[in-house]
Design a protein around this ligand. Structure first.
Ligand code: PEP
Ligand code: MG
Length: 756
């Protein structure tokens, strides 16, 4: 049964549109459950009506005509209660409503289960039979399992616009096509979706309109020829080692490649308008369906051969594509998991937005996008990636909403927002050279977070008073080995020189968790609780020493270096790290270098460090709160998991209280506390940070002006009063709403969109 279910989900996932997806569902479920009717009702865009969208068993002409309000009829009852309903005789139920056009009078037993996606009843799956008896518990649980698994696939298909094309009588609200993701980088982008997909992953290939069909055919034919000749070479290599029967396997591959059912149908698909990789994917998927249904296990496994051939052809096609890929003028990069190198593949002048299905606001690609000022939506889990290449899309990096093929009215509305935005940023840029000072004269230095040399110019010109967090892992990530001491010295020197005499905080290597080095793979079940940050570098003092020596060497004569230690969860780790820093310092002095001992700080980003903030701050010069990880570890919410992203908010009362405790503990020892997580760049949160007495804030360059505006429009006293109001609130949304109100009241409503 599990196999059947898996196959069904797979078929639905690859359906070309909602209509096809729903038809597959009703046609497959009917024989599995041995029922007389299987139907799907879906909610319209406004959740007002549940409409019959597909049926196998009722009269086909009733599709689109049978519509029930929430609570109306049996289907409406299932939707309202969000519970299944299993009855022996539908017509005797008090809620029953008869639709003569459906022809359902001959069916008695009724089983309806809700289809629930993200806590919303998006539809109802119904089976009916002529018998006069309730369905068994097995049937009921199976249908519930199917509905739970199909919910995501249905939402996917509906989001690709299939809903509208299903039946012209059905009025579909535009909201049906809004996809909710998470804000990744602020700003709004309107552009053309350009789908990025991993190399040689057949199922990730999107459909794309072929521009030049004869050229696509030629590319496909030559890829097939290339694979044929590869197979010949491979067979030749094994010539002496194989029996003639085994050798024949290679001939089978060649025959498959030449067959009509493989090359022939793929060519037909190209002729019908799909580009070569998309046509190839369709052929492979078709073979997969056929092979899966085979009784014979040996034959079923032969599907691997087909996939292998597909991957080989695809490699050749992708090589060609990579040489010739032309990005649209206004590219919105879209993918299952957009990575930093993918971002770099698009010419910067063409990249206007990013939408990633995986990840969240604190994923490193989002951090990078913010540094580059590219509006980004993360965690758009329902985005039909395979079906939107070339479509016009809107990415709203403030609210996390995505529109696929928006209607003109929505497009205009967003264009207006973009125009207002650019006016607002002109106003904001006027703040550049003004001090970050509250109205009662308190100076709160604003620093930038960075990690890329290429973005130094905008950061230097941003009016930032220094670098509050330089993530050194970026230069480590783009290499094929650990960078040496000289190499690192040159990188750090460039940053410190660019900002001197302003301070620069260099953080020691913080890999592990979601930041992997290609040449230092770490495979763990639970990487965020595993070997990461200072834990790795203390286990490898040779790496740590090289890095801190490089930092100190780079600071000679500039003396603006601060070293920051990530992921400290225990005082003994700090001891060991300080000992190594002192060792490196001593070695440099012995070498005759005129180094000044840098200031050293600890990141407070795990709960144990919150409770030991006093002990830690006593031993160092400053603390810096990493709210990205602190929020993740305090709330037990993975910072990169789109499914739980709505639970992730640094304005959570527990996070605010933890931060207050850190500030109070450090105050006892007279040590300053800064915030360098993304919370520092959230204008609403900035009010609270001022109220807490945080000494400095470090953020993406794109957030700087907004936060400065808040600081310049508030007094310390007012911020303290707002903080004490917030401290009695128990829920994150009340805190967010309250702070947004305060921003509006102070005439800074334009900043509200920039929050989470
Ligand atoms: C943090 O955790 O808040 C932080 C600034 O570090 P990173 O995002 O690099 O983990
Ligand atoms: Mg961190």
């Amino acid at each position: 049964m599990l196999d059947t279910l898996r196959l069904l989900i797979q078929e639905v996932n690859v359906a070309r549109n909602l209509k096809q997806a729903l038809e597959i569902i009703v046609q497959r479920i009917k024989p599995i459950l041995q029922v007389d009717v299987c139907s799907v009702y879906l909610a319209d865009g406004k959740d007002e009506y549940y409409i019959l969208m597909a049926t196998d068993g009722l009269l086909p002409e009733s599709v689109g005509k049978v519509r029930l309000k929430k609570g109306e009829g049996l289907v409406g009852l299932v939707a309202r209660r969000a519970e299944s309903l299993n009855i022996a005789d539908a017509s005797t139920h008090p809620s029953f409503r008869f639709f003569p056009e459906s022809g359902e009078e001959k069916f008695h037993a009724f089983l309806g289960v809700p289809i629930i996606h993200h806590r919303t009843v998006v539809g109802v799956l119904v089976v009916q039979s002529k018998q006069l008896q309730r369905f068994g518990e097995d049937s009921e649980t199976l249908l519930i399992t199917m509905a739970a698994q199909l919910a995501g696939a249905i939402a996917h298909a509906a989001a690709s616009g299939g809903f509208a094309g299903l039946n012209d009588d059905i009025e579909v609200q535009e909201e049906a096509r809004i996809l909710q993701g998470q804000p990744g980088a602020p700003g709004i982008a309107i552009g053309t979706a350009s789908v990025m997909y991993p190399f040689a992953d057949i199922h990730a290939i999107p459909d794309r309109q072929a521009n030049d069909i004869p050229a696509e055919l030629e590319v496909f034919d030559s890829a097939v020829q290339a694979v044929k000749s590869d197979i010949k070479t491979l067979a030749g290599r094994l010539q002496d080692k194989l029996s003639s029967e085994e050798k024949a396997l290679f001939d089978v591959y060649t025959l498959m490649l030449e067959s009509d059912s493989f090359a022939g149908v793929t060519r037909d698909r190209i002729k019908a308008g799909n580009w070569a990789p998309g046509a190839l994917r369709e052929t492979i998927e078709e073979h997969e369906q056929v092979f899966h249904q085979m009784e014979d296990a040996y034959l079923r496994e032969r599907v691997e051969d087909i996939r292998d051939l597909g991957r080989r052809i695809l490699m050749y096609l992708q090589q060609k594509e990579n040489q010739h890929r032309v990005f649209p003028e206004r590219t919105i990069l879209v993918g299952e998991e957009i990575t930093a190198p993918m971002l770099a593949e698009v010419p910067p002048e063409k990249l206007v937005g990013v939408i990633s299905v995986q990840g969240s606001r604190t994923s490193h690609v989002a951090i990078l996008a913010r540094a580059l000022g590219v509006p980004t939506v993360m965690g758009a889990v329902d985005l039909p990636v395979g079906r939107i290449d070339g479509a016009e899309v809107i990415a709203d990096g403030y609210s996390g909403q995505v529109y696929v093929s928006p209607v003109e009215a929505i497009r205009k509305e967003y264009q207006k927002l973009i125009d207002e935005e650019s006016l607002f940023s002109e106003e904001l840029s006027a703040l550049k050279d003004l001090p970050a000072e509250t109205q009662d004269g308190e100076h709160i230095p604003l620093y930038v977070n960075t990690g890329l040399l290429s973005d130094l110019t905008p950061t230097q010109e941003s009016g930032a008073e220094g670098v509050g967090l330089y993530r050194t892992e970026f230069p480590f990530m783009v290499r094929h080995r650990f960078p040496g001491e000289d190499e690192q010295t040159a990188i750090y020197r460039q940053v410190m020189e660019a900002f001197a005499p302003r301070p620069v905080v260099l953080r020691t290597l913080d890999v592990g968790g979601d930041k992997a080095l290609p040449y230092f793979p770490i495979n763990e079940e639970n990487p965020f609780l595993g070997w990461r940050g200072i834990r790795i570098t203390l286990d490898h003092p040779e790496i740590f020493l090289v890095q801190v020596r490089a930092m100190m060497r780079a600071s000679v004569g500039l003396d603006n270096l601060n070293i920051l230690l990530p992921m400290i969860s225990d005082v003994s780790e700090l001891h060991d790290a300080l000992a190594l820093i002192h060792q490196g310092y001593g070695e440099l002095l012995e070498d005759g270098l005129e180094v000044v001992m840098p200031k050293v700080g600890v990141m407070i980003e795990v709960p144990s460090a919150v409770y030991q903030a006093g002990s830690l701050s006593r031993r160092v010069d400053f603390l810096s709160i990493g709210t990205n990880d602190l929020t993740q570890y305090l709330l037990a919410v993975d910072r990169n998991n789109a499914r739980v992203a709505s639970l992730y908010d640094s304005l959570h009362p527990a996070v605010i209280r933890a931060m207050l405790q850190v500030v109070d503990s450090a105050r006892v020892h007279g040590k300053p506390v800064s915030v360098c997580g993304e919370m520092a760049g959230d204008p609403a949160a900035a009010i609270l940070l001022v109220g807490m007495g945080i000494h400095s804030l470090s953020m993406s360059v794109s957030s700087l002006a907004r936060v400065k505006l808040v600081i310049r429009n508030i007094t310390r006293e007012r911020a303290e009063a707002i903080l004490s109001e917030v401290l009695v609130m128990e829920e994150v949304h009340s805190i967010r709403d309250y702070l947004n109100d305060k921003l509006e009241q102070a005439g800074m409503g334009g900043l509200v969109r920039a929050g989470k």
